[in-house]
Ligand binder design. Structure first.
Ligand code: NDP
Length: 299
């Protein structure tokens, strides 16, 4: 894919790739899950001081108002909205055609924006409002994929969103979507590049990551972000720590040698950490009775 390079003042360099719409996604973005009240500061520092141009959030993270304030501060500090790339996601309880517009409008209002760059389906299942974790009988259902997508396409046609996409879709579900989509999904989001947070896998302290980091005189966080980039994806590490924020974007003027890249790709005991079990699996009543059901037996 063609890449454009941008260098601005003391900011870190940023690289981009074009999406289906022709709009460019900055290859490193800032994740905001569990950023809580620190989201405002981390978003404004990341954009206004460090050169981030891409922020990933979601209605379900409960931080959109904080993210919105951070975006506003960064814009106030002189970064133009047109140079930012903001992603949000529709949550499972809003995953029906009649609720897409309402959910989207709430997100736009919380973020204090007039349009989104990318709007994603967060997970491909409908959850009853206020569903328990794990869900009780009847709280998880299939969703009307075609109906929901049609509503998301309307947002694109009305220029309220530039690209639309999905997360946590299997190949089977992607194929179902491609069969009905008039506007194709631009993104199937990959996430948690550092192994996620509490309860995830601490890749930052993995011995192989450590070895490569020492060899290259980089931090483990940088090695993990760079591995994802060299693998050919964009990447959205979350941090609210200023040192980590700086590290995670300083990844464009060096490379992981092929042999080390392969060693990282072959780290032992690989498995999906965020498997959706607690959100969607009801072992006795279903419809998803196991993690394998959530992932259409593709894992
Ligand atoms: P990450 O893999 O990004 O890891 C975040 C953790 O790593 C935090 O504890 C953070 O702590 C720490 N960290 C960040 N940078 C460094 C560094 N350089 N060195 C050491 N530690 C570091 O986890 P997430 O699960 O948050 O994934 C990233 C983003 O992806 C989310 O925030 C969200 O935006 C998105 N996401 C999307 C999902 C989906 O279903 N579509 C699911 C999960 C995530 P600290 O803040 O202290 O730096």
């Amino acid at each position: 894919m063609a890449q454009a390079t941008f260098t601005g003042g003391e900011h870190q360099q940023m690289e981009y790739v074009p999406l289906m719409s022709g709009h460019k996604i900055p290859l490193v973005g800032l994740g905001t899950w569990k950023s809580s009240s620190q989201a405002t500061n981390s978003v404004s520092t990341a954009i206004a001081e460090l050169g981030y141009r891409h922020v990933d959030t979601a209605a379900e993270y409960g931080v959109q108002k904080e993210v919105g304030r951070g975006l506003k501060a960064a814009i106030h500090a002189g970064v133009e909205r047109k140079h930012l790339f903001v992603t949000s996601k529709i949550w499972c309880s809003d995953l029906s055609p009649e609720r897409v517009r309402l959910a989207f409008n709430r997100t736009l209002q919380d973020l204090q924006l007039e349009y989104l760059d990318l709007y994603l389906i967060h997970w491909p299942f409908h959850l009853k409002e206020g569903a328990s974790r794990p869900p009780k009988a009847g709280e998880v259902t299939e969703f009307d994929m075609e109906g929901v997508w049609r509503e998301m396409e309307k947002l694109v046609n009305e220029k309220l969103v530039r690209d639309i996409g999905v997360c946590n879709f299997t190949i089977k579900k992607l194929n179902n979507l491609l069969n009905v989509a008039h506007i194709k999904p631009s993104v199937c989001q990959a996430y948690s590049p550092l192994g996620s947070q509490e309860g995830g896998r601490d890749l930052v302290h993995d011995p192989e990551v450590d070895r490569v980091a020492e060899k290259l005189n980089k931090t483990p966080g940088q090695v993990l972000v760079k591995w994802a980039l060299q693998r050919g994806t964009s990447v959205i590490p979350k941090s609210t720590n200023p040192d980590h924020l700086k590290e995670n974007i300083n990844v464009f003027d060096w490379a992981i040698p092929q042999q080390d890249f392969e060693a990282l790709s072959n780290i032992k005991n690989q498995k999906r950490e965020l498997d959706g079990e607690i959100l969607f699996v009801n072992k006795s009543d279903g419809p998803l009775k196991s993690v394998a059901d959530v992932w259409d037996n593709e894992d």
